[in-house]
Structures are given as structure tokens and as C-alpha cells.
Write a protein that binds this ligand. Structure first.
Ligand code: NAP
Length: 238
């Protein structure tokens, strides 16, 4: 995999873009405001990066990272994505995204909802259970003793393997959680969600955006996933 399209250049998209270019992967980055708005970021990333339209990012990548708010995915055109593997970082926060009945009823998981829009484009849920500032803190080279693991899920085994290879190359092991229907196991408030990567697990919510991380090996992530009970999304107030 030589090229990664990135749709959404916010906290997660930019963190993954930095790791990708550090791993010598070409990135084409898109956001909602257009390529000109990305000039400073592309200059920071260097020669392996360019800015483009959403379509440019979709067409350029062997894989494409989708990292936009849940309210925005349905506005992303599917053109240019056929034959690509898409990594989806989406989470559902009702206070931010509004209530989504299919999610509140557990009719689908968040990534199943997104997958339905990108029909025919295999989607892998990834990078949704780690806070953006922990991504650069915890990335390690292949073989490092203190490597962390991230969960992935997909209905397409080939796509899942491609995503795992990308994630490995940019700094993390992966744990295969199964199908998208299983991906509630690492959605918000689950045991395998963002708090797992905190150095201090008792960090109060308001301090989490700056709180330091500690490595989470695959065994620790697997144990958290095994403990997971499904959170009642309809009861969530945030
Ligand atoms: N932040 C975290 O720590 C974190 C952790 C795990 C998962 N997540 C999830 O990952 C997703 C992205 O989160 P984030 O925090 O990275 O978001 P963010 O910082 O708000 O960035 C969102 C990005 O999406 C772009 N965007 C919005 N609508 C678009 C459209 N129609 N076409 C193209 N680009 C569009 C925005 O463009 P502009 O820059 O032009 O506004 C922005 O670059 C969310 O579902 C979030 O819940 C976030």
C-alpha cells in the first residue's frame, strides 16, 4: 500500500496523516473547505502529502480513511471509491450528532450505518476507540516491546487484512473483533474505548483531552473486549 486517501483532516485524520507520511506512505488529504485551506498542513507533512477534493482523496488512495463527524458521512459521494478499502473512524455522540433511531434501537452499529451508505466499498472500523492525541504518543515501530493494539472490525476479510497491514506499518498492532455487527464492543463507553489508553484510568472526563497515555498491548485490549457488555445507546446523554 503506497497511497492513503484521507477524507477529514481534523483530529483523527491529521494524526493518521502524520504517521502515514512518517511511514513513507503518500497521502492525499481532503476536508470540507477545499484544498487551499490545507496548505499549512500539507507544508508540515512534506513532499509525500498533497491536498485535494474529496473525490481526489477517494481516487488516489489504495485505502481511504474516512474521519468526519457522523453527521457528515452521508454527504460524502461514493464516486471514486469503488475497489477501495475504507477505514471508518466514526462514533455516535447524540449530544453532538443528534439522535439516530437505528443506533438508539441497536438496529445497526455505527459502522454498519456508514457501510450502508458506501454500498460495495468494504469498510473497516478502526481508530475510533483512541483519542487523537494518544495516536502519536503510542505509535511504535514493528517489533517494539511497548507496542499498543487497536481493534478492527469488518464484513470483508480482505479489507480487514489490508487495514491491519496499514495500521501495522504506521505504528500499531491490531485485534480482530469480527464483523461490523460486533463493533459495538469498542464503541463509546465500552471497556475497550478510549479510557483504556489512559496512563491513569481514573482521569476525570474533563481532563481526558490532555491526559497522557500508556501502552495497551493486544492481551490487555483482548481482555477489555471480552468484558464488553453492550451499552444501551438510547440511554446515553452524551
Ligand atoms: N477526536 C477524537 O479523539 C476521536 C477519537 C476517536 C474517534 N473519533 C471520531 O472520528 C470522527 C472524526 O472525529 P475528529 O475529532 O477527527 O473530527 P474533527 O476534528 O471535527 O474533524 C472533522 C473533519 O471532517 C471534515 N469534514 C466534515 N464534513 C465534511 C464533508 N462533507 N466533506 C469532507 N470533509 C468533511 C472537516 O473538514 P473541515 O476541516 O473543513 O471542517 C474536518 O477536517 C468522528 O466520528 C469522531 O467521533 C474522534
Amino acid at each position: 500500500m503506497q497511497r492513503l486517501g484521507i477524507i477529514g483532516s481534523g483530529r483523527i485524520g491529521s494524526a493518521v496523516a502524520r504517521l502515514a507520511v512518517a511511514a513513507e506512505i503518500h497521502v492525499v488529504v481532503a476536508n470540507s473547505r477545499g484544498p487551499e485551506s490545507l496548505a499549512d498542513f500539507i507544508a508540515e507533512l512534506g513532499l509525500l502529502a498533497s491536498a485535494g477534493s474529496v473525490r481526489d482523496a477517494a481516487e488516489a488512495g489504495d485505502l481511504v480513511l474516512l474521519s468526519v463527524p457522523l453527521t457528515a458521512y452521508a454527504a460524502i459521494p461514493t464516486e471514486g471509491l469503488q475497489g477501495k478499502t475504507m477505514l471508518d473512524t466514526s462514533n455516535y455522540y447524540p449530544f453532538r450528532d443528534g439522535r439516530v433511531p437505528q443506533l438508539d434501537s441497536h438496529g445497526v452499529t455505527t459502522s454498519e450505518l456508514v457501510q450502508a451508505h458506501f454500498d460495495g466499498v468494504p469498510l473497516v472500523k478502526a481508530f475510533n476507540n483512541i483519542m487523537s492525541h494518544h495516536i502519536p504518543q503510542l505509535a511504535r515501530p514493528v517489533g517494539a516491546a511497548d507496542r499498543s493494539a487497536l481493534p478492527i472490525a469488518s464484513d470483508d476479510e480482505v479489507a480487514k487484512a489490508e487495514a491491519a497491514a496499514l495500521i501495522d506499518r504506521i505504528g500499531f498492532d491490531t485485534v480482530d473483533v469480527g464483523l461490523l455487527v460486533d463493533s459495538w464492543k469498542f464503541e463509546p463507553e465500552s471497556d475497550a474505548y478510549t479510557q483504556l489508553y489512559l496512563a491513569d484510568p481514573d482521569t476525570p472526563m474533563e481532563r481526558m483531552p490532555e491526559a497522557p497515555s500508556a501502552p495497551v498491548p493486544a492481551t490487555k485490549l483482548q481482555a477489555a473486549l471480552a468484558r464488553a457488555g453492550r451499552v444501551r445507546v438510547a440511554d446515553r446523554k452524551f
